[in-house]
Design a protein around this ligand. Structure first.
Ligand code: DGT
Ligand code: CA
Ligand code: CA
Ligand code: ZN
Length: 575
């Protein structure tokens, strides 16, 4: 017999095993969704089963109801038993190697009997993987590199995943006894592109009672540590949470402390000392023994140190402390509500999941003023790039849909930047587009010289406009490609018409903040894009805004904060 968390664990295992078997991703996700529903339900599993109410849980239908019932009653369900007998436990781990998918894993198991990470590493080192059909020496080397990275790097979360979890935990916490306020802190509050563990802070009359309440969250699997007003817990789904509670009067400095970054704090502690204070999570303590200076808010804290307020996204010791002292920080960073149009959207004409009409209606519903349709260009075979023959049909369709919606539709392309830096449509086509996003999608392994030359050449083309997802990284999967970014940005600035994209796809989040600042230093304007392949992904705009803020970007620098007509003028391919 399994309890609620036990059943959730079994469902996750089921999903993972099916994934290894190459089962369709929707089915796999259905098991994960059901596991999450169970973990978060406040009801007893016993009662849900007895009263036949399992299907009231989000994501639980008839088939899952049966499996959950069986797992709860007996600890077994036939499908899980069968999968466990077919697949050794180590095989699940193999799915974490970026180069391997279900098909490759099946082949490695059949040919070499590889049943886990250790066996895989041994087979690579012995040079046996390259002998397996479909692998080769290069793949073997990449697998070894992937294995090394896996061992070095503990799992981190992508931003939306961390935010969704953080917000649910926060809601639970705020409902606790005597909780006056609570906030997210740590790298999540700074909107780092990946998050290690979640940090939460709360103000409570009785911190101990609030911690007890927190631990009643059903998905808490284990308490890793607990002091008077602090605890660290592990959730059933693997994430770790640090929670700190403070009495009134210490909340602002505690929130500030847990927000970090450590490097930012180190600088502030130095400044505090110069002014005769010791800065800690409890407050500002006078070094001459004169007691504690009350700090009611983060604004007050910065003011007491003689600094302008530094927004959390900037607290990385990347020059922000000096700028706050010299009053040269940007006055106001771009905000979500500044953005008037959605840029970089794919439709079914290439690899998007929604039609032009669905995307347009969704943008309308979001109250947006314009939407750029930028499907992939012909060379992007892997993504159904739009050839010249279908481009005309797309323009007709855009014209038809324009009659139905308020949002202004702009027709464009996300053109591949080809191996030699050329764009992918002839100039006579490019000049008829409203907007051109250009990105590298292939040949990532060119060396730094080649890639720099390729991009510099692209920036200088007459119809080049917006540099899409700059260095092609995929967070937790693929490193950015090698390239001398400053040289490319110089060329973009000299061209006098280029802009850079902040890509809101949570797996991309480029440009990186440091590069954005280099772009802004050269006066290059910025476009906040969604790179959406579905209507839901239009919501990625918020991650683009977060990333832009981390790069010190203000509203004035953002082209899609302009009204439709001005935006259209600003992005029109020049010729
Ligand atoms: P993460 O979790 O790896 O994504 O990154 P953070 O920044 O959330 O790091 P974390 O969770 O270890 O700590 C949260 C904040 O707490 C950190 O930004 C600053 C503060 N903090 C943590 N450990 C220390 C420490 O040893 N010394 C100081 N001064 N501050 C610390
Ligand atoms: Ca953290
Ligand atoms: Ca932490
Ligand atoms: Zn792309």
């Amino acid at each position: 017999m399994l309890d609620k968390l036990g059943v959730a664990r079994a469902l996750r295992e089921l999903g993972a095993l099916l994934q290894v078997q190459g089962e369709n991703p929707f089915k796999v996700r259905a098991y994960e969704a059901a596991a999450r529903s169970l973990e978060e339900s406040r009801e007893e599993l016993e009662a849900l089963v007895r009263e036949g109410r399992l299907r009231s849980l989000p994501g639980v239908g008839e088939a899952l109801e049966k499996k959950i019932g069986e797992l709860h009653a007996t600890g077994h369900t036939p499908l899980l038993d069968r999968l466990r007998s077919e697949l050794p436990p180590g095989v699940l781990e193999l799915m974490r190697v970026p180069e391997l998918g279900p098909r490759k894993i099946a082949r490695l198991r059949a040919e070499l009997g590889v049943d886990g990470l250790d066996a895989l590493e041994a087979a690579c080192v012995a040079g046996r993987v390259r002998e397996v059909p479909g692998f080769g020496e290069k793949t073997e080397r990449k697998i070894l590199e992937g294995l090394r990275r896996l061992r070095e790097r503990p799992r981190r979360m992508l931003l939306p995943q961390a935010m969704a979890l953080g917000e649910r935990l926060l809601e639970h916490l705020r409902a606790g006894p005597g909780c006056r306020r609570a906030d997210l802190a740590g790298s999540l509050r700074r909107r780092r592109e990946t998050v290690g563990d979640l940090d939460l802070v709360a103000e409570a009359d009785d911190p101990g009672a609030l911690l007890d309440h927190f631990l009643r969250w059903p998905a808490v699997a284990e308490v890793l540590g607990r002091g008077g007003s602090a605890l660290t817990a592990r959730l059933a789904s693997g994430e770790q949470v640090d929670l700190r509670a403070a009495p009134a009067g210490e909340y602002a400095t505690l929130l500030h402390h847990l927000t970090g970054s450590q490097a930012h704090h180190r600088k502030l502690r130095g400044l505090a000392r110069e002014r005769g204070f010791a800065l800690s999570e409890r407050g500002l303590e006078r070094l001459d023994g004169g007691g504690r200076l009350p700090v009611g808010s983060e604004e007050e804290l910065y003011a007491a140190l003689g600094l302008a307020f530094v927004p959390p996204e900037l607290r990385e010791d990347a020059g922000e402390v000096e700028a706050a002292r010299d009053r040269t920080l940007p006055r106001e960073l771009v905000r979500l509500e500044d953005v008037r149009g959605l840029v970089h959207c794919h439709t079914r004409f290439s690899d998007g999941r929604a039609t032009v009409e669905e995307m347009a209606r969704a943008a309308d519903a979001l109250g947006m003023e314009y939407l750029t349709i930028t499907d992939h260009s012909p060379s992007a075979h892997y993504a159904g790039g739009v050839g010249l023959d279908r481009l005309r049909a797309q323009w007709d369709e855009i014209a038809r849909v324009q009659e139905l919606v308020r949002v202004r539709l702009l027709r464009g392309t996300e053109s591949d930047i080809l191996e030699d830096g050329a764009l992918d449509y002839p100039d006579r086509i490019l000049e008829r587009l409203d907007v051109v996003v250009a990105s590298v999608h292939s040949r990532f392994l060119q060396d730094e010289d080649q890639m720099t030359r390729r991009l510099v050449r692209a920036m200088r083309l007459p119809f080049f406009k917006i540099w899409g997802h700059a260095l092609g990284r995929l967070l937790l999967e693929r490193e950015p490609f090698a390239c001398r970014v400053e040289e490319v940005l110089d060329a973009a600035a000299e061209s006098g018409k280029a802009a850079v994209e902040v890509n809101g796809d949570p797996r991309r989040l480029e440009m990186q903040p440091a590069h954005l600042r280099l772009a802004r230093a050269r006066g290059l304007p910025v476009v906040l894009s969604v790179d959406a392949h579905s209507t839901a992904a239009l919501g990625s705009l918020r991650w683009a805004v977060d990333t832009a803020r981390r790069g010190w970007v203000t509203r004035e620098a953002v082209l899609n904060a302009l009204p439709a007509t001005e935006f259209a003028r600003a992005v029109r391919p020049a010729g």
